[in-house]
Design a protein around this ligand. Structure first.
Ligand code: SMG
Ligand code: MG
Length: 372
């Protein structure tokens, strides 16, 4: 049995990091990445987790504000002052809190980092990772038009990314994918609609079939698995689900219904590494390939993503591209950087990156220290 760890304090920081580009999707635009960073302190060690809830409730119902409320009032008290056996004990305690998976994931991932650091093992190894580097792709936001889209794709193909994902929305789909496919006949290409279509658009989506996309991500409403199953019967292109998959139970249901053939795993969306591992088991049993999604994370969340992406079921390139693509300055060292479309998996204890206090201070908007 690994030793119990007494949770002495939890520090919540609200951080804002300016993005180097405008990231536009079918639901909105991000220019500054604002998020909560969770530091769990125990016996002189710190574990770090990043909450992927955004300022707005457009990607998920959670926001920075709701996550702060849930973390402060309901989740932190479950572990503060407690001798914790490990992250799964937190998962059990937190079952009582419904939903709010991004808030849970932030604390759960911080605890995963803490316990792995204490044991002196890398988080990747702790989770069952088998790779020393992971394949990465890049997610490109909606551009002004087809010409600009081809240009931005060209720049990222040059940088060696192993898959290009284009954001689409009604009115900006076939006209974007067509020219990109023509300019890059062999590149691995996908699209992500962030739930912007309905079944009435099935013909438009079927018109993407000739472009040989690896998959179309979350075309329809996030709460409608049956509609995705119906759409799947009308498309040759596989459907990948993102927003619709909040848990291993969702993954089982989606696979059983024929709603998806690929799953995008985001640690925060599903409530932490424990649930991500459960989805990994479901997907492995069903032969469904996984890949690790992104939420414009700082180096902390990015390192967590790389750790889970090192598991054997993550067979497609993820959205965890280089930190320097997003930010002038990151809050960790070394910065997670890909070369030739491959991102190294840190082998040091925990997430394997160090949070740099001075860099963190420069982007911190508010700090709250919670104690038992
Ligand atoms: O981290 O590079 C990234 C962003 C990847 O496209 C991305 N994320 O639906 O998959 C998705 C979106 C959700 C976040 S949009 C701010
Ligand atoms: Mg997505």
């Amino acid at each position: 049995m690994p030793p119990l760890m007494r949770i002495d304090a939890i520090v919540l920081r609200q951080v804002a990091m300016p993005l180097r580009f405008r990231f536009r999707t079918s639901f909105g635009e991000t220019t500054v990445k604002r998020f909560l960073l969770v530091e769990v302190r125990s016996e002189g060690l710190s574990g770090w987790g990043e909450c992927v809830a955004e300022d707005t409730p457009y990607y998920s119902p959670e926001t920075v504000g709701t996550a702060r409320e849930i973390l402060t009032r309901f989740l932190s008290p479950l572990v503060l002052g407690r001798d914790l056996a490990g992250p799964p004990e937190f998962d059990r305690l937190a079952l009582r809190v419904r939903g709010n998976r991004m808030a849970k994931g932030a604390l759960e991932t911080a605890l995963r980092d803490l316990f792995a650091r204490a044991a002196g093992t890398s988080l990747s190894r702790d989770l069952g990772g088998t790779r020393s580097e992971v394949e990465v792709g890049v997610s490109l936001g909606l551009q002004a038009g087809p010409k600009e889209t081809v240009e931005v794709v060209a720049r990222h193909v040059e940088q060696g990314y192993r898959r290009i994902k284009l954001k689409i929305e009604p009115g900006a789909d076939v006209d974007r994918v067509g020219p990109v496919r023509e300019a890059f006949p062999d590149v691995k290409l996908t699209v992500d609609a962030n739930a912007a279509y309905t079944l009435a658009d099935a013909e438009v989506l079927a018109a993407l079939d000739p472009f040989g996309l690896d998959y179309v991500e979350q075309p329809l409403h996030h709460e409608d698995l049956a509609a995705h199953a119906a759409l799947a019967r009308r498309l040759r292109t596989p459907i990948c689900l993102d927003e619709s998959i909040r848990s291993a139970a969702d993954a089982e249901a989606a696979i059983a219904l024929g709603a998806c053939r690929v799953i995008n795993v985001k640690i925060g969306r599903v409530g932490g590494h424990g649930e991500a591992l459960a989805i990994h088991r479901v997907a492995q049993a069903a032969g469904v390939p996984l890949w690790c999604g992104g939420m414009l994370e700082s180096g902390v969340g990015r390192a967590h993503n790389v750790a889970i992406a090192s598991l054997p079921g993550f067979t497609k390139p993820g959205d965890t591209s280089s930190s320097s693509r997003y930010f002038e300055e990151d809050i960790v060292e070394p910065r997670p950087e890909a070369a030739g479309g491959l991102m190294p998996v840190p082998s040091g204890p925990g997430i394997g990156v160090r949070v740099v206090p001075e860099a963190l201070a420069r982007v911190t908007e508010a700090t709250e220290e919670l104690r038992a």
